[in-house]
Design a protein around this ligand. Structure first.
Ligand SMILES: O=c1ccn([C@@H]2O[C@H](COP(=O)(O)O)[C@@H](O)[C@H]2O)c(=O)[nH]1
Length: 240
């Protein structure tokens, strides 16, 4: 079980709930404690089960990252962020490639809600992308420089942080404000299957590199005993 120290600190682990079966997701959630982890709802579960699923998790007092990665014209993204905030979520996100004007519109719509608004993060380069896939898009920079550029755009637009690979965390920590959050998917404990992720790091190394939050899905949700898998990771990073 998790020790007392890890349960009194803010949890840095965000469990990605990517399920197509609501009862399986509920069974897992029933074993979890909001002090042990935060939860992420992404495109699959939101499309299948909608805002009611998000409200269910919020009512159970979990901090929920609604990972819908909005990317549209500024007015549409601003309104989508506001709608997400009204669900009571802890974090929402947009694609940084939507541009500064789009990100500023999202910040303004959340600020208009007053104090208790969700954090807003910008997705940089997806952690599933390797150099080959990245080069196909046609950006002029290399991956690290492009992530750094998106981070600067997001910071100047007033976002609270970005979603990036932990491989970029050390570089970013030298370039951006201390309070700027680095949310890192592509986390793989030693020995776990990489799946479709390319830019991966272990939980311990990611936090040491400067990540604030670790997004972890399949290494926990597909484990034989998801709670044990989560507790093991949680204990391994408790002192970091
Ligand atoms: O760059 C990104 C942005 C978001 N994700 C999301 O995080 C989880 C990762 O799940 P794993 O099972 O641990 O691979 C998933 O929900 C993605 O949609 C990401 O992986 N990379």
């Amino acid at each position: 079980m998790h020790n007392e120290e890890s349960s009194t600190q803010e949890s840095k682990i965000i469990v990605a709930l990517d399920f197509d079966d609501l009862s399986k997701a509920k069974t897992l959630v029933s074993k979890l404690d909001p002090n042990l982890c935060k939860l992420k709802v992404g495109k699959e579960m939101f499309t299948l089960f909608g805002p009611d699923w998000v409200r269910y998790l919020v009512e159970k007092e979990f901090q929920v990252f609604l990972d819908l990665k909005f990317h549209d014209i500024p007015n549409t993204v601003a309104k989508a962020c506001k709608a997400a905030a009204q669900l009571g979520v802890w974090m929402v996100n947009v694609h940084a490639s939507g541009g500064v004007k789009m990100m500023q519109a999202a910040v303004e719509s959340l600020n208009s809600l007053g104090g208790n608004r969700p954090l807003l993060t910008g997705v940089t380069i997806l952690t599933s992308m390797d150099k080959h896939q990245f080069d196909q898009i046609g950006y002029q920079r290399d991956i690290e420089s492009q992530v750094s550029h998106f981070a600067q755009m997001a910071e100047s637009a007033g976002l609270d942080g970005i979603v990036c690979s932990a491989l970029e965390a050390e570089m970013l920590r030298k370039e951006i404000g201390k309070e700027f959050k680095l949310v890192t998917p592509g986390i793989r404990p030693v020995g776990s299957d990489q799946g479709d992720q390319s830019r991966v790091m272990t939980p311990e190394r990611a936090l040491n590199a400067g990540a604030n939050y670790l997004v972890i899905g399949r290494p926990i949700t597909q484990a034989e005993d998801p709670l044990s898998a989560l507790c093991e990771i949680s204990e391994s990073v408790a002192s970091l």
